[in-house]
Design a protein. Structure first.
Lengths: 295, 1213
């Protein structure tokens, strides 16, 4: 049965996962689920734990059950997030080869592959999917990371034909929208705003999405309101901090405090890495110039 | 035929059979004449019986209000016509004459006439002023059931059981009875014999037409208000429509449908409709043009006898076997929806229009909904979806239908919508961007549908649900007759429920945190999770509500606009002359739709509720603001404050000492209370103050009040308890002085002063007591002498057994020295706000060393001219060419094969020749190349922060799948653009920010003499402008102005800083110092700032006896004008210097020569001598500085070849 169908048992837990309510997923009451849904639900819970940064616990939890490809895939992801990248890659490649039709393997193995820069392999694994929306959204994300919005748009359009109203498709469409811009910014904003304001879907993920859309729309005060409120609630969310830094710089406000906060919470964040890289770049580039007469 | 959902019953009465009904023209009243002989006067709005009139004997069938006078007329089966005054509640007189039942009575619209129809087969016209019969019309040969005046013409229509309808011409009668302009003999004759028919019969009223067509008796006839049409109802169960011209009248058509006798009928006053009632227990509505049934309403048991229309409003009343009902044919509430600044609404013509609140503009019609529902039924609701620009409209016809329609992009006229999705439902609302919910009460089912109108989910609402409303994102509110439930659509579960009965409308606050549930007479405010916040009751029906941005609910009843705070505190804002439906409040404007679906704006005074709101929120600054700017302060607001427990705030507004005293006591503010008591100086106030002060332990105040009251006893006791022995003995003295022995006795006891007591006893001849006191305290001598004085001996006296002598307890702590310590009440925050303001004002008054008036800085800035305007014109074009060539290698990646594409950042760099865009793209090398080429930039270190700032702001991080890095999106300044070849980055700190924030900061540094900071600020401005973009040629000019302004300030401040570093101990040093101070006056600063420089230079020159220079500076200052203080000083110095205009120290400064200052050496460059300029800042230098780094911005190379700074590319916009 399609886990995303409106009547499926897994719908709510799936939606909670994809709207970023990881703690809710972990706390989700799944005992009443039918036996065939127990595994997917468990995988979602494990993935939520990974998302919350508890990869070690996940590794411990699946240690004895690696025969199940789904759990093995989870392990690969946990390894990847925990920094054991080589092992993760190895495991992901094995799984992709042995269980190419397992939906969980497709998604998680390709996530690991993508995270290690193996885009084409990741796409190849994902392309085997059979109506797996998660795979679709992952494909979209990979295309976007490759700056291939044209391909991403196609993927979303195709998915919309058979799953128009799935949360995942909506979110993936917003990703694309934020890349394309123009009127699409506004549509993306509506999607995230809806998520952020709904009691059952509000999470840092959706608030960040909303704020990012506002930023792109040039509505800085609104973005600030959303981010400030969210930061109070989730003071250590790296993406919240990173985007607040961007906002502050855009608005001409000081951002040094937030930068050091980000340095503490996630020193490897792309923003910091970029700044560091560019700072070095600046110094080398600037060294090429000098006045004719030194004063 | 099923009953129509549209007929809205507004009022029903229970009584015996109602035979006649009349609406009051202005007031919400109806008269009902009953078969039981009673006449009732009802207020149908309040639903109350106002009065009963019972003088008729037997059924009363005819009744009518006078259009202007407080009169009504009735006609009954007692053959009598009675005229009543409803104010005095008496029957004024009775018109007798009819010989059988009177069926109907009507007032003439203008003349003082009454028309009556009777079973005696006559129709009569009476003059109620002189109470006489003026005309009797005979002709019908059976009972006349009804006779009515034409509303405008001199015609009468009558209906009779002889199966005919007759039209009578009464112009002759009018002629006879109206005041003639020229009185002819015939007229006089006629007036002399008013009641006599002439020899040919009655010419006053002649039959004009006889309308035959009914097969049975005719019960009712009515004229059309404007058209030459007549409608009649008969026992043949038909409603017949007749038309007439000047010469003839004929039957037009018949409306068939009643299956029992039709008792009455009339034309709708405004619409092309006929209404009829019959003994088949139905009210039927017919289309006048098609003569088809539009709707019908059936009562179960009661036959209808009469129907009446309100002369002005959209209201009808029908009388039946057990009373009357007042009803409307349709809702008058126009369907509307508000989104941000726009109101979407449906007009009476069923056109969808929008209204812009900000611009106060009504759009042309956008859509025509003519085909929605049946033609006579207006749409009920509209729901707007901004994401899809779609509307969802519901109509109650056919058991409820909805339509989903996309609005056209531009309003072009009332076009028929294409691609309409429709279905069956009574309510339909958008619940999300791409979802809406429809509710079908018959199946008790809510369907969630997507935009293609297919059901994606089905929800079973709670039993008895009557309506659904939007419940916040992804949620619905289910309305049942007794509760409101909040339901999460996605989780399919009920989140909350609140018990509120009869909710009809739901209004969400603008921030979505609160929601007002409106029922007929109650407003309940709940939070978004349905926790009840407050509720209020109105006796008048509540019509609509909307939220103020500050969270105040503004609601309207039938006749008022009122407000309610969240805490339920409510009040009237203004009255309404007609019912309106509020849609929005903004500032002092309330926007609403009237019953004709026209947007209207009402002005309100929000002061009162804003004040109360700020009181609740304890926002004292705002309260203060309100108090200052409005005339709010009155007795009512003071008593309001007092009642609500804010006496300390009320205290601030009151002048009247008595009220102030009361309030001060209430809030325990003794200081104010003392002041006021002093002012009032009456015993009553002192005693109240003393009681209050005592309870505060403030015994010093208590002492003072006792003194004021001359309350010696209490004073003494106070001194005793506080241990103030000194004052206690003074009290004793006072008592002695006053000769008040009781007091003296008391004091001596308090003080334990036995001698004084004995002395006192002796003085009042109380020797036994004196002796006793002496004896008891062991003063034997004294006792002896007393005995002696009395001539007694000891054995003559029997003494009670003596115990140890009285010891007065002594206080251990000297309480009297200070008041009982009370926790410092301090100032209320309100008082603080008051004081804070004063404080701020003081600070402003304080002037620091450099303080000068800043007058119209911007104006001055605007006047500033640039001298290097043309210089770069050609360079700009050249730069463009070079860059275009460079970008030939641009390749647009659009292939579909796999592989990575270019990031947007790379594309920015390709799209733009501006350095700032390259910086945002992270392409620092090319950015530096561009800057080097454009302005000769060679030293980039000072620009590092700016580079990184722009780069940091270039992208956002959107978290996506777990385990993968966030998606990076690039922030564009071209937010509308989607063509990747045209997108460009957002550059923070645009020109406007620089001009309005940074520049002002620099000026402030100048004013406050923080020159180091100022130099930094202005340098930063230069860096920020250097790496930036602007959006128009005009802004390019502005940028240049900012650059030159910043340059002048950096130069000026650097000169002054240089001077301050110098030691003036040596003559050289002093000379240089004087020179520099003179050069400080050269850069083109704002006038106010130049004055500061001049002032400094003048003072320095004067102090060093360089009177000539000082004179020059003083003159310049005076020429510049400005603050009086400065000018005064300049004038003084000028006067002094003029006496001896010579310089003691020769300086290199010629006030009359044209020269610039070299920004490196701070020496003059006289015109004609060679110099080099900086390509970016335009600063001038002596030639030897060529090739070194500019001192102003520290970035560019002086004299470097440069193409000119580019900030703008026209094609980008």
């Amino acid at each position: 049965m399609d886990p995303f169908s409106a009547e499926g048992e897994l719908l709510n837990i799936h939606n909670a996962f994809h709207s970023g309510q990881y703690q809710d997923v972990i706390d989700f009451e799944t005992a009443a689920f039918s036996p065939e849904n127990q595994l997917p639900a468990r995988v979602l819970k494990l993935r939520s734990q990974i998302a919350l940064g508890h990869s070690d616990e996940v590794l411990a939890a699946v240690a004895s059950e690696e025969d199940t490809p789904d759990l093995a895939a989870t392990k690969a992801l946990a390894q990847q997030v925990a920094g054991k990248t080589d092992a993760a890659l190895q495991l992901a490649q094995d799984l992709a080869e042995n269980y190419p039709d397992n939906a969980t393997v497709q998604v998680l193995a390709s996530t690991v592959l993508q995270a290690q820069g193996q885009n084409e392999e990741a796409i190849a694994v994902l392309s085997k999917h059979q109506g797996n929306l998660e795979a679709v959204s992952l494909i979209v994300q990979i295309h976007l990371q490759q700056n291939r919005s044209d391909l991403a748009i196609k993927e979303v359009q195709a998915a919309k034909r058979w799953a128009q109203d799935s949360l995942l498709v909506n979110i993936a469409e917003s990703w694309v929208g934020l890349r394309v811009g123009g009127e699409k910014y506004q549509s993306a904003f509506y999607v995230y705003e809806e998520l952020a304001s709904g009691p059952s879907t509000s999470a840092p993920l959706s608030i960040v999405g909303q704020a990012v859309a506002e930023l792109h729309l040039g509505r800085l005060p609104e973005a600030e309101a959303a981010l400030t409120a969210a930061l109070e609630k989730y003071p250590t969310d790296a993406e919240l901090i990173a985007n607040t830094i961007v906002l502050n710089v855009l608005a001409g406000k000081p951002s040094a405090d937030l930068e050091s906060l980000l340095q503490q919470t996630e020193p490897s964040h792309a923003l910091l890495a970029d700044i560091q890289e560019k700072s070095a770049l600046f110094d080398t580039a600037a060294a090429k110039y000098s006045p004719k007469v030194s004063s | 035929m099923q009953s129509s959902p549209n007929m809205l019953t507004k009022f029903e009465s229970k009584s015996s059979r109602a035979k006649g009904i009349a609406f009051h023209p202005n007031r919400p009243w109806i008269l009902v004449s009953l078969h039981s002989s009673t006449i009732q006067l009802w207020d149908y709005r309040m639903g109350t019986l106002i009065d009963r009139f019972e003088e008729h004997d037997g059924p009363v069938r005819g009744i009518d209000f006078h259009p202007t006078q407080p009169l009504f007329v009735s006609g009954g089966d007692d053959y009598k016509i009675k005229v009543w005054n409803y104010q005095t509640r008496r029957c004024l007189f009775t018109l007798n004459g009819h010989l059988d039942y009177v069926r109907t009575v009507f007032f003439h619209p203008e003349l003082p006439w009454i028309l009556s129809a009777s079973d005696d087969q006559t129709i009569r016209i009476w003059n109620w002023q002189n109470r006489s019969l003026i005309c009797t019309m005979t002709g019908h040969n059976h009972y006349v059931m009804c006779a009515q005046f034409h509303p405008t013409e001199d015609l009468i229509a009558s209906a009779s059981l002889d199966q005919s309808v007759r039209i009578w011409d009464i112009s002759g009668l009018r002629k006879k009875h109206s005041a003639p302009t020229s009185v002819s003999f015939e007229d006089q004759m006629a007036r002399a014999n008013p009641n006599q028919a002439d020899m040919f019969g009655n010419t006053d009223a002649i039959v004009k037409f006889v309308l035959e067509g009914h097969d049975r008796g005719v019960n009712w006839v009515s004229f059309h208000p404007t058209l030459p049409l007549i409608v009649s109802a008969g026992d043949d169960r038909l409603i017949k429509l007749w038309r007439m011209s000047d010469t003839k009248a004929w039957e037009v058509d018949t409306c068939r449908g009643h299956f029992q006798n039709a008792s009455a009928c009339l034309f709708h006053p405004h619409q092309d409709l006929i209404l009829s009632v019959g003994e088949d227990k139905t009210i039927r509505v017919w289309d006048l043009n098609k003569r088809t049934s539009v709707q019908s309403f059936k009562r179960d048991l009661d036959r209808f006898w009469v129907i009446a229309a309100h002369p002005k409003m959209n209201l009808f009343a029908a009388g039946h076997d057990t009373g009357v009902m007042v009803f409307k044919l349709e809702r008058e509430r126009p369907a509307s929806a508000v989104y941000q600044n726009q109101l979407f609404y449906i007009t009476k013509e069923k056109h969808v229009k929008s209204y812009d609140f900000a611009k106060n503009v009504e759009s042309p019609p956008m859509l025509s909904l003519r085909k929605l529902g049946s033609p006579w039924v207006p749409p009920r609701t509209i729901s707007y979806n901004p994401a899809e620009r779609a509307i969802l409209v519901t109509s109650p016809s056919d058991g409820g239908t909805y339509e989903l329609i996309n609005l056209p992009r531009d309003a072009t006229g009332a076009v028929e919508p294409t691609d309409v999705k429709r279905g069956q439902a009574t309510s339909a609302v958008f619940v999300a961007r791409n979802r809406f919910a429809v509710f079908n009460p018959a199946s008790q089912q809510v369907d969630i549908k997507d935009l293609s109108n297919s059901t994606t989910k089905t929800i079973k609402p709670p039993a008895g649900t009557t309506d659904i409303y939007f419940g916040g994102t992804g949620c619905l509110l289910f309305i049942t007759p007794t509760t409101v439930a909040l339901f999460d659509i996605q989780q399919k579960k009920q989140l909350a429920e609140v018990t509120v009965s009869g909710v009809k409308y739901v209004v969400w606050s603008n921030d979505g945190l609160y929601c007002a549930l409106l029922s007929k007479h109650n407003v309940t405010i709940v939070t978004k999770t349905l926790e009840q916040v407050s509720t209020l009751h109105e006796t008048i029906r509540i019509k609509s509500a909307t939220w103020d941005d500050s969270g105040v609910l503004i609601y309207s009843t039938l006749n008022h606009v009122k407000y309610s705070l969240l805490n339920g505190d409510n009040g009237i804002i203004r009255t309404l002359d007609q019912t309106v439906y509020l849609v929005r409040v903004k500032g002092r404007n309330v926007y609403c739709l009237d019953r004709n679906a026209q947007p209207r704006t009402l002005e309100i005074d929000p002061t009162e509720y804003r004040f109360k709101l700020s009181l609740v929120k304890r926002n004292y600054d705002e309260m203060l603001q309100i108090i200052k700017t409005s005339s709010l302060v009155g007795q009512s607001i003071i008593s309001y404050l007092q009642k609500k427990g804010y006496p300390e705030i009320a205290l601030q507004f009151v002048q009247d000492p008595q009220t102030r005293f009361d309030l001060a006591l209430e809030c325990g503010n003794l200081e104010v209370a003392i002041d006021m008591a002093r002012e009032l100086d009456r015993p009553h106030y002192w005693s109240r103050l003393s009681a209050e002060a005592l309870s505060h332990g403030n015994h010093q105040t208590v002492e003072m009040t006792y003194q004021k009251q001359r309350n010696f006893d209490k004073l003494s006791f106070l001194y005793l308890t506080t241990g103030d022995q000194e004052k206690l003995s003074r009290m004793a003295k006072i008592a002695e002085h006053r000769g008040d022995f009781t007091s003296r006795f008391q004091n001596s006891i308090y003080r334990g002063d036995v001698e004084d007591r004995i002395q006192m006893f002796k003085e009042v001849d109380q020797y036994p007591l004196a002796y006793l006191a002496a004896k008891a305290n062991g003063l034997t001598e004294e006792a002896e002498s007393i005995l002696e004085a009395c001539g007694l001996t000891e054995d003559q006296i029997t003494l009670p057994s003596l115990e140890s002598s009285l010891q007065v307890p002594r206080p251990i702590v000297p309480t009297f020295k200070s008041n009982w310590p009370v926790k410092a009440a301090g100032h209320s925050s309100f008082e603080k706000a008051l004081l804070g303001e004063v404080g701020a004002a003081d600070e402003e008054a304080g002037v620091d060393a450099f303080e000068a008036e800043e007058e119209d800085e911007e104006a001055v800035l605007a006047k500033d001219t640039l001298d290097d305007d043309e210089e770069d014109a050609s360079g700009w074009d050249m730069g463009d060419d070079i860059n275009v060539e460079e970008e030939v290698d641009f390749v647009n990646v659009e292939s579909t094969e796999a592989g990575a594409g270019s990031s947007e950042a790379d594309i920015w760099a390709r799209n733009s020749p501006l350095a700032a865009d390259h910086v945002a793209a992270g392409s620092f090398e090319t950015a530096m190349q561009l800057l080097n080429r454009q302005v000769g930039a060679v030293q980039f270190a000072p620009l590092k922060d700016r580079f990184l700032e722009i780069f940091k702001a270039s992208k956002t991080y959107l978290p996506a799948s777990v385990g993968l890095p966030p998606l990076v999106n690039y922030v564009r300044r071209t937010t509308e653009e989607t063509d990747i070849r045209k997108v460009l980055p957002f550059i923070p700190r645009d020109l406007e920010t620089i001009a309005s924030v940074d520049l002002q900061e620099g000026y402030a540094a100048m004013r406050s003499n923080k020159l180091e900071d100022g130099v930094k600020t202005f340098k930063r401005i230069l860096h920020n402008v250097l790496v930036n973009t602007v959006s128009s040629e005009a802004e390019v000019e502005e940028a240049k102005k900012i650059i030159s302004t910043a340059r002048e300030y950096v130069l000026a401040m650097s000169i002054e800083l240089e001077r301050r570093k110098l030691s003036t101990d040596t003559p050289e040093g002093l000379k240089r110092s004087l020179e520099l101070s003179a050069y400080f006056t050269i850069p083109k600063l704002e006038v106010a700032h130049r004055q500061l420089a001049l002032m400094a230079a003048m003072k320095l020159a004067f102090a060093n006896k360089n009177y000539n220079s000082a004179l020059g500076f003083a003159s310049r200052m005076l020429a510049n004008g400005g603050s009086a203080k400065l000018l005064e000083q300049a004038r003084k110095i000028k006067a002094q210097c003029e006496r001896n205009p010579s310089d003691q120290i020769e300086v290199d400064f010629d006030p009359f020569a044209e020269f610039d200052i070299c920004a490196a050496s701070y020496t003059p460059i006289f015109s004609g001598s060679p110099f080099v300029t900086d390509p970016f800042t335009g600063a001038k230098y002596h030639e030897q500085y060529k090739g070194s780094v500019d001192r102003i911005a520290d970035v560019t190379e002086i004299g470097a070849p440069a193409s000119g700074l580019r900030l703008f590319v026209p094609s980008q916009y």
